[in-house]
Design a protein around this ligand. Structure first.
Ligand code: PLP
Length: 373
């Protein structure tokens, strides 16, 4: 507090063309926004229950089915409230009594704690690991749900999506991973996310790709007459999604930008293309850090290093918060670490919308700052 940040002016020619490196909300492409502006007045400001908007929702749902190569009996369920609201919906709608949670950072831990505090559930087991690592499920027949994150955005740890060898639904929080890394639909029952990260849209909206077992579980729990607040009732979300709408009014702008991004991915070569684009950026970042004597990748195990969000640590003599603050003062934003994790690091969102050339410019800027500190 009150610490002086060195006043350094980065030369203009070193700076990235687009200087947004946040892990969410993240960069929105100019063409996404241009398409949104062009949608006024026919789409924006019109009823979400009429054909114009429902056609865009349908295109979004079909585009996601294509992007994730979903089996015929999987469904795309949408609703309001983002990933955090979906956690509460999942607690009401998917967990019968007992669930096992992997916790390896702020997001995965929040969902686990929310479930643990639900009075109508019995045994919520949380398997934890330190930030920078990831635990494994310890499956047994007592759990009806297994929950994890695909990418722990707070630490830059990515865990391959693999079903635990047991009965029980596999729920995967893919809020930053979805669209920026490969996944096989057969490995999950629910793959859910909000669109302000790899999909470069805005927040407040959830998407959940659901297997037939997940859809079956929603009606099974509904039949028990458990009290479920309507806003969090997945049977209502499912019913509305099938009609290409949401239970209550959504942000039409969010849906439009989201649909535009999904179409863009599909046109460019699908999930393989978008995942590779992110991976090129993060590979470059980890490689850059390994070659510097003042920095190193935070995640030690290479197979756990995120392909969408790279956490880069600095040696003790350099304060990573200073680096982020100097970058911000120069208009290069949101490289800050996740504060609660408390590490001497910067964190870079390298989602598919972000250009490798801008990531390279960013590292040139960091090199320049370290030289001039
Ligand atoms: C960002 C994020 C969330 C929270 O998303 P909201 O839309 O803000 O609720 C949850 N989980 C993960 C893995 C995230 O990256």
């Amino acid at each position: 507090m009150g610490k002086e940040i060195p006043h350094l002016v980065i030369p203009e020619n070193l700076k990235p063309h687009d200087a947004r490196f946040g892990s969410g909300p993240s960069k929105i492409r100019a063409t996404q926004l241009a398409a949104l502006v062009a949608s006024n007045p026919d789409y924006l400001g019109t009823s979400h229950r009429q054909k114009t908007v429902r056609d865009v929702v349908q295109s979004l749902r079909e585009g996601l089915t294509q992007l994730f190569n979903l089996p015929n009996d999987y469904e795309v369920v949408i609703g309001n409230g983002g990933a955090t609201a979906f956690w509460d919906a999942a607690i009401f709608g998917f967990i019968k009594e007992n669930a096992q949670f992997l916790s390896f950072g702020e997001f995965s831990n929040k969902f686990a704690l929310a479930a643990q505090n639900a009075p109508f559930l019995k045994n919520i087991e949380i398997i934890k690991s330190e930030p920078g690592d990831a635990p494994d499920f310890q499956p047994n027949d007592s759990f009806d749900v297994y929950a994890t994150a695909h990418n722990e955005t707070s630490t830059g740890v990515m865990k391959e999506v693999k079903r635990p060898k047991a009965q029980g639904l596999h729920l995967v929080d893919a809020t930053s991973a979805a669209g920026g890394s490969m996944v096989d639909a057969k490995e999950f029952d629910v793959y859910y996310f909000a669109p302000q990260k790899s999909f470069g849209s805005d927040g407040g909206f959830f998407t959940a790709l659901m297997s037939p077992a997940a859809i079956e579980r929603i009606s099974e729990i509904k039949a028990t007459k458990r009290w479920i607040p309507p806003f969090l009732d997945l049977s209502i979300a499912l019913e509305n999604s099938r009609l290409q709408q949401t239970y209550n009014t959504p942000s039409l702008a969010t849906i439009h930008m989201f649909e535009n991004q999904v179409s863009w991915f599909n046109q460019q070569g699908g999930l393989t293309w978008s995942s590779n684009k992110s991976k090129q950026s993060t590979d470059y970042l980890y490689d850059w850090a390994e070659k510097r004597d003042f920095a190193y990748p935070f995640v030690e195990k290479k197979e756990l290093r995120s392909t969408v969000v790279a956490a880069i640590n600095f040696i003790d003599s350099i304060d990573a918060n200073d680096i982020s603050a100097i970058l911000r003062a120069n208009g290069i934003v949101d490289t800050d670490s996740y504060k609660k994790i408390g590490k001497n690091q910067i964190r870079i969102g390298a989602f598919p919308s972000v250009e490798l050339s801008d990531i390279q410019a960013l590292t040139n800027c960091v090199d320049w700052i370290v030289e001039h500190l």
